[in-house]
Write a protein that binds this ligand. Structure first.
Ligand code: NG1
Ligand code: MG
Length: 347
């Protein structure tokens, strides 16, 4: 793979990295003010940056051997370069930069390769002295990149996770106030992530549709966001499918609260993950039959406390909480039954 020097013919000024994330609990609640529990994954995106003395940015994706060129402040035509273009523009890059990107965060699997890229570029601008921003503000700028340069009306979970989480803890994030705590993972357990190999075809369109549906549900219920629903029974009066959509968001938020109770161990946490999957499949309708099959195989394994889809859904990765030290053995057993399209991603 060509380095920055090999591709651009000189050394970069700075390099910066940011991790992908997997969400353990609290799915599709971060655009309704809910609570989420992601953790960083070991995989990272790394960018190298250097001024090029022109009015254009040049972005080279070394893994794809693809270069994209676009004007300072503007957007790129397509693909991964839009995330970089947005981060450079909103991060305030005043002149042309050369950007070299490498990543081992799986793309399009619900593991936030996009947030990792945005946060890495913004960290690079910070290291160059162009951007003066806290980790929290870096996440907020990265979210605007999704909204304004990519067209996904996402919540703040991914960008905050990439900016402030680590893989040794789980991040409890209040997506309304951005109040946050790094908490220990459930004792005696470890995180296993398997990519189902199903491409997330509806991830953008289905996502924006769900978001519009729950905003309508909140409006009909007379609350600012579904986080504010006091009586879970009130959603039952909504018309279909707003009823099902709102039921998911309200119950999912309650599951995160339940997971934080003092006596919650890995077994209880796993039960909440299983219930989250059923809710995402049946009420939110964002799963996929193959993802359901993989989750069922995991849930049936004796060393698995719980398993569910993770991220926006419509394919992509699943997350399981497994007995400490057993992730490799569980993955091997489950993948032998699931088929060759599956792939262990974490650990
Ligand atoms: P993924 O699946 O990583 O794209 C998306 C949203 C999150 C959150 C989850 C569902 C983007 C960039 N992020 O994550 O904000 O809403 O779905 O919980 O679309
Ligand atoms: Mg994404």
């Amino acid at each position: 793979m060509p380095t920055f020097e090999q591709h651009f013919g000189r050394a970069p000024q700075v390099t910066a990295s940011a991790p992908g994330r997997v969400n353990l609990l609290g799915e599709h609640t971060d655009y309704q003010g809910g609570f989420v529990l992601p953790t960083a994954i070991p995989q990272m995106t790394t960018v190298a940056l250097g001024a090029n003395g022109t009015r254009e940015h040049r972005v080279f994706a070394a893994d794809l051997n693809e270069q994209s060129t676009f004007p300072v402040g503007g957007n790129a035509q397509d693909g991964f370069a839009r995330y970089v273009a947005g981060a450079l523009a909103l991060g305030g890059a005043p002149d042309g930069l050369d950007v070299h990107v490498t990543s081992n965060v799986p793309m399009g699997a619900g593991l936030s390769s996009s947030a990792a890229l945005e946060v890495a570029v913004l960290r690079g601008l910070r290291d160059l002295g162009i951007l003066d921003a806290s980790d929290e503000r870096v996440a907020l700028i990265a979210q605007r990149v999704e909204h304004e340069f990519v067209g996904v009306q996402c919540g703040i979970m991914d960008q905050m996770a990439s900016s402030v989480a680590n893989s040794a803890t789980m991040l409890l994030l209040d997506t309304r106030s951005l109040e946050r705590h790094l908490l220990p993972l459930p004792a005696g357990a470890e995180v296993l992530v398997i990519d189902s190999g199903v491409p997330r075809k509806l991830a953008e369109s289905g996502y924006n549709e769900r978001r519009a549906q729950v905003e309508e549900a909140a409006r009909l219920l007379g609350v600012t966001e579904l986080r504010d629903v006091q009586d879970p029974q009130s959603v039952e009066a909504l018309p279909e499918p707003l009823r099902e959509r709102a039921r998911h968001v309200v119950s999912e938020n309650a599951r995160v609260q339940a997971a934080l109770a003092a006596d919650v161990d890995a077994a209880r946490f796993g039960v909440l993950m299983n219930a989250s999957h059923a809710s995402l499949r049946d009420d939110y309708a964002v799963s996929h039959p193959q993802v359901d099959a993989l989750v069922a195989l995991l849930q049936a394994h004796p060393d698995v406390f719980g398993a569910r889809m993770t991220g926006a859904g419509f394919g992509g990765a699943v997350v399981a909480l497994v007995r400490a030290g057993q992730a490799g053995a569980v993955a091997q057993a489950v993948l032998a039954q699931y088929g060759p399209e599956g792939r262990q991603v974490v650990p």
